[in-house]
Design a protein around this ligand. Structure first.
Ligand code: FNR
Length: 190
C-alpha cells in the first residue's frame, strides 16, 4: 500500500549530514513509500499560553504530520542529546493535550555524527520521547559515525556499505509501517 512518511531532520544546517542521509533513505526505499520533508526551523518555541491561538507554523507543522502515515527522524547529537530545535518540534507536535499529531504514528530513528559513536545518545533520548507519545518505533538501530566521510564533494553518498545498510533500513521501515498500521486496523475492527 502507498504510504506517506513525514521526515523530520534535527539539524537546520544546509549541509547537514543527517539531511543527506534522510534523502538517501528516500531514494533507496521501496517505491510505495513517499517521503515528505517537514521543516521545523520556523516553529516558535512551545508555549502553553499561546496554544489557544496557535501560531501558523505550528498549524502547518501539525497538519503535515497528521496527513502522514509514519515519521522518519534523522537527528544529530548535540551534547549527548537531541538538538533543542528537534525537541521543540516534538513538543509542538505533541499538543494540544490528547490531540497531538505525532501520537501513535509508526516511526524510525536514524542518527549521524562526525564522531565515532554516531549520535547514540541523541538516538536514545529521542526514543524516550517517542515512547511517551505511543509511537511504535522501528527497533532496528541506525547510528552513522564519521558521516563526513561517506559523501563526495557534491553531496552524493559514495560509501557502498552505508548504501546497503540504508537500503535494508528503509525496507525494514516499510515492513514495520505495514505491520503497525495493519495491527492497529485489526484492533480497531475488533
Ligand atoms: C555537536 N556535535 C556532537 N557530536 C557528537 O557526536 N556528540 C555530541 O554530543 C555533539 N555535540 C554537539 C553540540 C553542538 C552544539 C554542535 C553544533 C555539534 C558535532 C555534530 O556531530 C556535527 O556538528 C554534525 O555534523 C551535526 O549533524 P549535521 O548538522 O551534519 O546533520
Amino acid at each position: 500500500m502507498n504510504r506517506t512518511v513525514a521526515v523530520i531532520v534535527g539539524s537546520l544546517r544546509k549541509g547537514s549530514w543527517n539531511r543527506k542521509l534522510a534523502e538517501a533513505i528516500a531514494t533507496l526505499s521501496p517505491p510505495n513509500l513517499r517521503f515528505e520533508f517537514v521543516e521545523i526551523g520556523d516553529l516558535p518555541f512551545y508555549d502553553e499560553d499561546i496554544e489557544a491561538s496557535a501560531p501558523l507554523p505550528w498549524v502547518r507543522f501539525r497538519n503535515q504530520i497528521r496527513s502522514a502515515d509514519a515519521v522518519l527522524f534523522a537527528t544529530p547529537e548535540y551534547n549527548r542529546s537531541v538538538p533543542g530545535v528537534l525537541k521543540n518540534a516534538i513538543d509542538v507536535g505533541s499538543r494540544p493535550y490528547a490531540q497531538g499529531a505525532l501520537a501513535g504514528k509508526p516511526a524510525a530513528v536514524i542518527s549521524a555524527s562526525i564522531g565515532a559513536i554516531g549520535g547514540f545518545g541523541a538516538n536514545h533520548h529521542l526514543r524516550q520521547s517517542l515512547a511517551f507519545l505511543g509511537m511504535p518505533t522501528l527497533p532496528a538501530e541506525a547510528y552513522i559515525g564519521t558521516a563526513q566521510n561517506l559523501f563526495d564533494e557534491k553531496g552524493a553518498l559514495t560509501n557502498e556499505a552505508t548504501r546497503g545498510f540504508l537500503t535494508g533500513f528503509a525496507q525494514s521501515f516499510a515492513t514495520w509501517i505495514e505491520t503497525q498500521l495493519g495491527a492497529n486496523a485489526s484492533v480497531r475492527a475488533a
